[in-house]
Design a protein. Structure first.
Length: 202
């Protein structure tokens, strides 16, 4: 009997013809010579070439939950895995400040999306990645999601610190004060009032 080389198998055991050897298909391997069938790659591993002797671990940020896989599935955008060889999408987790928005509202088995929390927005990193970073001064974001931060509603207004989550955190810039509801923000100098005290009055 002819022993097929590793990476191939002979389903018709007993054949003495090397032409009976078949290359292992995608997602299967033959680690030794003389096998009758190629072995499937187990969950968490894959093989995307034919005629191979070993399976490969899914890379970080990917997973596969079935046997005989020719490739791995990617985690949701802005999510990754803690290690290689992951077998389930539930092992994916949001990174770089993103939080999970669960599709079923209960757990990650129903899928999820990575979003920025309130007070933060998506911004590019120096290394080409994307992170959730606090809204700049004068900006705020009230709800979690991947919308951008928005400017304080009135001119000459800002926020005391970065990462504001409400327009109520917007305050007037120095030398400006909150005018009548229809007037918006006014300059204390131009209106003859500084720090709420009329000029010329001791």
């Amino acid at each position: 009997m002819f022993a097929c080389p590793s990476g191939t198998a002979n389903p018709a055991l007993g054949s003495i013809d090397d032409k009976a050897c078949q290359r292992c298909s995608l997602g299967t391997v033959a680690s030794t010579a003389g096998l009758g069938n190629c072995a499937p790659c187990e969950a968490g591993k894959f093989q995307n070439d034919e005629g191979k002797t070993a399976c490969k671990d899914c890379m970080k940020g990917t997973f596969i939950d079935v046997e005989s896989a020719g490739g791995c599935k990617a985690c949701p955008l802005y999510a990754s895995t803690a290690a290689e060889g992951t077998v389930s999408s539930t092992d994916c987790g949001c990174t770089n400040g993103f939080i999970e928005l669960l599709s079923n509202g209960i757990d990650k088995s129903g899928g999820f999306e990575c979003i920025c929390p309130a007070g933060k927005e998506r911004k590019g990193d120096a290394d080409g990645g994307v992170s959730c970073k606090p809204c700049d001064l004068g900006m705020y974001k009230a709800n979690a999601g991947n919308d951008l931060c928005v400017k304080c509603p009135l001119l000459e207004s800002t926020t005391p610190s970065v990462g504001a989550t409400s327009s109520e955190q917007c305050v007037c810039n120095p030398n400006f004060f909150m005018g009548p509801p229809s007037g918006g923000v006014e300059s204390g100098v131009e209106s003859g009032v500084e720090s709420g005290v009329e000029r010329g009055v001791s």
